[in-house]
Design a binder for this molecule. Structure first.
Ligand code: FE2
Length: 429
């Protein structure tokens, strides 16, 4: 074999194993997952009971804006509106070279964080489609080790922005994978609904997936998710459509939501919350109490709706922080949604791994024989510890090869009568 990871503990969502297992990989595939695998490989790593998970997956990102922090200036107020203004100032100065360079740098960070699949939106409200060309180039360049999926995103509204629908169609023809939208940003609620119809019909005709920025607002009457679910059902797009953000649901009337969630479930519409961004950009017009603005994650999961957590932004006009660490996203999502029960904490881990992989439609995702040989060894013993510690990625494997290593987090101590080292894990004698 090419690579064997020995003594791995798998996440709860993986098929049950009685104890640690060995994972054997050959020709880019996992070929065996069993205790004490009787085989040898060119490279063998004993991970001594560490958690080994399929890679992190970010279901919602903006790679055309990432790492542009400070260009041409920083977002002084930290608000959504100043961020949009800033992006407008930056757009005329974008060059393909700089876009590619920033995106590749982010992908380097992502690989080191075990984040090996990203769905990124790319703004198509630009005649030149500069960002589309740049991210298609990045997709080609990272393909040997990372899955990048592009969404044609009409940032200024597919109806509101002249030529946006034509640009979107051109972007799809160039190889962009998914149809995007932003119904709450159209001029009226009616235009928003019309944009959802148009875009879903286009996706159905082309056999594509859909992922719309939907109801990213504190307005409880922003109900485009209802239209998205209804169009998905009408056009038979079940399982291929996602509503991103859905923050208005936070403020909706409970009775209305009790009708909405079964509608989403029926049409197989998935949801993506972006906890870091939702908690910082929503509720800004509130005094106190201030709304959190994140959508109803535990309620949707309980209703049988697939929910993932996305990063959305890293060091761009809307968010000055971030480093490609999906455990940071899961950590924030867990807190904002108050998902502190034991099953709920594990569900937060799934929201940045298996659930997100389902939204992207990734094939061969998992730690099972036959799956792609992509995995992450975490400096943690289970998913809850991984979230708590935002655990280091000891080893990242992609297509059966080790592509990144990080040292374990340890601090040495010089205290009389105390241990000489701490690793921040609970040890009981
Ligand atoms: Fe977004």
């Amino acid at each position: 074999m090419d690579l064997i990871i020995r003594n791995a503990v798998l996440p709860r969502s993986a098929p049950k194993q009685p104890g640690p297992v060995d994972i054997g990989m050959e020709a880019g595939r996992i070929v065996a997952v069993e205790p004490k695998l009787a085989a040898s490989a060119r490279e063998e790593i004993d991970v001594q009971g560490a958690l080994v998970t399929p890679p992190f997956v970010d279901a919602h990102f903006h790679m055309d804006a990432t790492l542009s922090y400070g260009l041409p200036r920083v977002n002084a107020s930290g608000t959504l509106l100043e961020g949009i203004a800033l992006w407008g100032e930056l757009k005329p100065h974008l060059t393909q070279e700089a876009l590619v360079e920033r995106a590749l740098q982010y992908c380097d960070w992502a690989v080191a964080r075990g984040l090996l699949a990203i769905r990124t939106h790319v703004d198509v409200c630009d005649e030149r489609l500069l960002a589309v060309e740049a991210l298609l180039e990045v997709k080609r360049r990272v393909a040997p080790y990372m899955d990048l999926q592009l969404v044609a995103f009409p940032q200024d509204g597919v109806l509101r922005s002249a030529g946006a629908f034509e640009n979107l169609k051109r972007a799809i023809a160039m190889g962009v994978d998914v149809v995007g939208g932003i119904p709450h940003f159209e001029r009226t609620m009616a235009d928003g609904a019309e944009s959802v119809r148009l875009l879903c019909e286009f996706a159905a005709e082309k056999g594509l997936r859909v992922d719309m920025h939907c109801d990213e607002s504190d307005d409880p009457m922003s109900r485009h998710i209802e239209t998205l679910a209804a169009q998905t059902h009408r056009l038979g797009l079940h399982g291929r459509v996602t509503g991103s953000h859905l923050t208005s649901m936070h403020s909706m009337d409970n009775y209305y939501v009790s009708k909405l969630l079964p509608l989403m479930r029926e049409s197989g519409v998935a949801a993506i919350a972006n906890p870091l961004i939702n908690i910082t950009l929503q509720g800004r017009s509130d005094t106190y109490p201030k709304r959190r603005g994140m959508t109803r994650v535990p309620e949707m999961l309980a209703a049988g709706i697939n929910v993932a957590f996305g990063y959305d932004c890293v060091m761009d006009p809307w968010y000055s922080l971030g480093s490609g660490d999906m455990l940071e996203v899961a950590h924030m999502g867990l807190h904002v949604a108050q998902m502190t029960g034991i099953d709920a904490m594990h569900a937060c881990f799934d929201a940045v791994t298996a659930n997100a992989a389902r939204i992207l439609g990734l094939e061969g995702y998992g730690i099972e024989a036959g799956c792609e040989a992509n995995l992450v060894v975490l400096d943690a013993r289970d998913a809850v510890e991984a979230i708590r510690l935002r655990a280091g990625r000891l080893v990242v494997g992609s297509r059966g090869k080790v592509v990144s290593r990080s040292p374990a987090a340890r601090a040495s101590l010089s205290l009389e009568g105390r241990p000489t080292e701490v690793d921040f894990k609970l040890h009981r004698s």
